[in-house]
Design a protein around this ligand. Sequence first.
Ligand SMILES: [Zn+2]
Length: 531
Amino acid sequence: MYKAKRINIGVGWTNGYQPEIKKYYARIKATTNESYVKWIDIEHEPGQISFKRFDRSLKEMTRYGVKWQPFLICGPWYSVPYWYKESKKSHYFRCLEHDQDSGIQSIWNEKFKKTTVRFLKLFHDHYKDRENAIDSILLGVSGDYGEAIYPCIGNFDGLYHTHRGFWCNDSHAILDFRRHFKDKLKSIKALNARWGTSYSDFSRVKPFLKKNAPSRRAMVDMVYWYREAMLKHAEFWIQEARKLWKTKDIYLCMGGDGSAEEGQHYTAAAKLCAKYKVGIRDTNARDNFRFLNTYQCSTAVAANYYKTYCGFESSHGSTGKFIVARMFAFIISNAREFHEYSFLTKKDVVRNFCKFRKLMDISFRRKVDTAVFSSEAYVNWVHEHATAWDIKEFPWGLPKKPHRLFDRLRYHFDFDLVNDSLIRNGILANYKVLIIPGFTLIEDDIIEIVRRSAKAGRKVIAYGRNTLETVDEKSVSFDQAEEIVGLNKLLASLKQSGIRVKIKKDGIFEALDKSGRTLCYDENKDTIYWK
Ligand SMILES: [Zn+2]
């Protein structure tokens, strides 16, 4: 369902009324202002609740002509009052690497749920008479800042034990790990057969690091569990928030590149969110359009497929050049909300934003005929380590092979990245062609779905030197698949199937709307235009 698009600017509102901000908001036609509301901000001392500073800023926002998006955060280190941290109830994530506590509340701690529900209710009840001034709610459920993600690198005011790693070594996490595999596989015999292990019973089973993983199968399975645990935690938040705000837009905040350690799952989260008419805020924008197509646009593929909505945020802010790429990705993804920390002082960003601002309000229904497979098992196994947004020289994103492939292909044709969960949920029916990277890993049930799909007439291409393997280290070949190694051959084959391809890499990216019109973005000239 179409709902008006939102231009959401993140401003903390600590400096009081500033007339130039009002003008700037009017110029860029901002609709919304996001600001952080952490539990610590409203209850410094136990039971002493105060919303004064938020009341004041809400009044100012109304005067500025924008609505409020509170980012409600409860669980991360910087959101929890000192007196709770000092209490016996506090129960932190604990790392596998050093068996040491983080400063972030564990998502496995059932007791913290009550605290979270109370926080949400306090906020809701305080503002229930001013709901018209609130645009939407952003949920900050875990991680260093509030994203549905595990601790990664620490945040700007945090002094707690943190690093990229696996945060599933607290007592509740270990119990959940055992319970999960007992429910799934029923007997220790079945688990041992699957993992190549010899555990005597489930009480011996614990989460492990990759270097200690009994097998590839075991590691991939552990990461499935790790991601699912974060989704369960997100679902608890979503359910509670939906009970309070029955019709408002609610966004689950997500970020990061999807590595095993980070433990998020964008497309499964989209499916979960859709169940509650909740959307996803993806905070991953950076670099260029090809990057956006690989990350944020993929979140939108899932959001659109499951018929929910999403918002895009930049992890690094925008430049005059990058803002145009971001706008194009936003428009063709039909995302609902465009978020940016203020670019008031960046004249070239404001200028370029205003140039294409009108296009931000259209409803674009992107027609894509080609899907490229992005394997969850591959990421769980190969992409073990999280990368950090604040280490600029560190490569960010998927491992080199898929990252480079997706980046390169986007110069030549439009495609959606589809992963295991989207394929299990039937998304292949939307495409004429499926491309499977030759280097990837693939689960047995996905092989079956792809085989059926090929038999039913869909073109399947295994692209690149074929080293395809199952998670259990068996080689894979598809009877009905074309095996293609070179790019030119791939493009010729796609063309033959009626896919629009561009042989030469010219920096102009096209997206087809279902009405037949084509929207283009020229990354050399920084323009967006209808063809
Ligand atoms: Zn540690």
